[in-house]
Design a protein around this ligand. Structure first.
Ligand SMILES: Cc1ncc(COP(=O)(O)O)c(C=O)c1O
Length: 367
């Protein structure tokens, strides 16, 4: 048996009729940029997340950059964030000329709110929690710090669609939040895409202008912006997939329950969720003893797995300019040596999961 890590092929087989219908509809219409489909996608996201405004964009990275730009982040500012994320989290901050100030993580693999206050300086202009793997950060504590120091929260909710914290959807805690519609996200397009949500009309208007070259009319740009419009085909496909998102996340949570049931070694740690969380499980992250050997063993048994990621953000070459060193964030560094994502998508069945677990168990049997 071969077990794939991800589901893109299966997803297409399942949804191809609807996807081809959407492509056909849009191409026949002869208009593919900022059409009604984009507006209705944005309305659908607002209804789903409970937010007032949404704007469809080119990517989650653009969404993050524009979120930070819209609150005035600029050269010389500092933004507090986590070293455990995809590089885009730090890159978005750096591209605006600001410094990503990392603080270490907690057992939930997210930024540890206890470390935030100590990192605040007069230059701190935002706190940017990342909901890693689809698990929302401890938002009550983060919002309390934000309120105390009057520093806004910008959520990197790239992985957060369908995740809840105390019944509130991810992205609805910050002043403005960024989501990714990358094909591997739970709400993924058939190419790159992203979007922001906010309740702030001024921020909405600024980003709306910026994503379309700053144009207020065909012949007048009030600012110099960029082209970061979501394309209409992807907007339409995301609207269709949004209707299925709850069931996708239920399936993903069921997978994790099965993994918990069948893995019977204490060498694999599956972080526990709190009762008030709904984890959207974009990735199924575990912490494994002797991770690299396990990964090889699984591959030899036709089971894919992936390390998300082997290097914390502060140890990337690009972060050297800020003077970060090994040892700065021991918890994050340690996690990077152990983290492994097992096969996990909504088309996996119990037999496949059991097969993977049996192999994991047999790897550790004589350990
Ligand atoms: C946490 C996080 N932030 C930002 C991004 C960037 O999103 P995109 O790939 O859509 O640009 C990603 C993408 O994987 C992500 O996982």
């Amino acid at each position: 048996m071969k077990v794939d890590l991800i589901d893109l092929k299966y997803r297409y087989l399942d949804e191809h009729e609807q996807i081809l219908k959407s492509i056909n509809k849009l191409l026949k219409k002869g208009n593919l940029v900022l059409t009604d489909e984009v507006k209705s996608f944005e309305d659908n996201i607002c209804s789903f997340t409970g937010m007032k405004y949404c704007l469809g964009l080119n990517s989650g990275t653009d969404a993050l950059m524009m979120a930070l730009w819209s609150i005035g982040i600029k050269k010389g500012d500092e933004v507090i964030t986590t070293p455990i994320s995809f590089i885009a989290s730090a890159g978005a901050i750096a591209h605006l000329g600001a410094k990503p100030v990392f603080v270490d993580i907690g057992d939930d693999l997210n930024i540890n709110p206890k470390n935030i206050e100590g990192a605040i300086t007069s230059k701190t202009k935002a706190i940017m929690p990342v909901h890693w793997g689809g698990r929302i950060c401890e938002m009550d504590s983060i919002l309390a710090i934000s309120k105390k120091y009057k520093i806004p929260v910008i959520e990197d909710a790239a992985q957060g669609m369908g995740a809840y914290y105390k019944k509130q959807h991810s992205g609805s805690f910050g002043l403005v939040s960024a989501f990714s519609g990358h094909p591997l996200k739970n709400l993924g397009a058939i190419g790159d895409s992203g979007f922001i949500v906010t309740n702030n009309r001024k921020i909405f208007n600024q980003i709306k202008l910026y994503r379309n070259h700053g144009l207020v009319s065909r012949d007048n740009a009030s600012i110099f912006g960029i082209n970061s419009r979501i394309d209409s085909i992807n907007a339409e496909i995301l609207s269709f997939r949004l209707r299925k998102l709850k069931s996708v996340i239920n399936r993903r949570n069921k997978n994790v329950k099965l993994y918990r049931k069948y893995i019977n070694t204490d060498k694999v740690l599956i972080p526990d969720n709190k009762k008030y969380e709904v984890n959207s499980y974009v990735m199924f992250l575990t912490l494994c003893e002797d991770r690299d050997k396990l990964q090889k063993y699984l591959l030899n048994n036709n089971i894919q797995s992936l390390i998300y990621y082997g290097t914390p953000l502060h140890l990337h070459e690009a972060s050297k300019v800020y003077g970060y060193r090994r040892g700065n964030f021991p918890k994050a560094e340690n996690i990077c040596k152990k983290v492994l994502a097992f096969p996990h998508h909504q088309y996996l069945n119990e037999i496949q999961i059991k097969f993977v677990c049996n192999k994991i168990n047999s790897f550790y049997k004589n350990y």
